[in-house]
Design a protein around this ligand. Sequence first.
Ligand SMILES: N[C@@H](CCC(=O)N[C@@H](CS)C(=O)NCC(=O)O)C(=O)O
Length: 241
Amino acid sequence: MIDFHYVPTGNNLKIAIALEELGLTYRLVKYDMYAGTHLTPEFRQINPNSKLPAIVDSEPADAGEPLAVFESGAILLYLTEKTGRLLPAEWRRRQEAQQWLVWQVAGLGPMFGQANHFVRYAPAGQDYAVERYLREARRLLEVLDRRLRGRDYLADEYSISDIACYPWVSGTRGIGIEVAGMPSLAAWIERIRARPAVERAVAAIMDADRSKYIQTRPSLTPQEWSNLFGDRLLAAARDEQ
Ligand SMILES: N[C@@H](CCC(=O)N[C@@H](CS)C(=O)NCC(=O)O)C(=O)O
């Protein structure tokens, strides 16, 4: 049994998709970032970085104590190692899949995260930051489109690198980026969207609360702002609450 600690956002959808693709049994443990339910000492035992997703596997490979894993890329790698699936068996392709996975977690994820922050949450008037991150997000999409020309998947066969990229890339309209001019990317998005496991994953975690995380300029209470971006988040990193 795997406990899947999550909020209904893109980084978490990666893990839901992988769990569904792999047919693993999991239990959902939901958090509310606005209310700060992830900023507890108990959750820091699972993820010292206080971010979602995280998993706890009660049947790890060494048959030892339950094992907690955080960081979406590490969780995806953990699940492939556990099952021997979703990473190409062929050596050269596997290198490619791993490279695109790291590209997502180290590049596309943080850049889209900042684009999302400045478009949705920052006070109006931050034009330089908005333009900087949207331009970079668009550049990364162009890189993906070029990679996918003549290919169905990033490493030719469907793998965790596709799963890692899909959630952010399929939701760009919300921050004002259209993929219509990137035909290979648009076709790849539809190919993945149509997978039954992807549909099940979306149904499992992207519930009505999803809308909370894709609002533009939500009016946050001081407490919510503190939980999301302010002192309460910092205090959790210091283990002060
Ligand atoms: N690099 C992390 C990013 C995780 C992340 O930023 N998660 C967001 C939700 S999508 C979060 O937990 N935010 C809570 C917070 O910042 O307090 C990963 O890939 O797992």
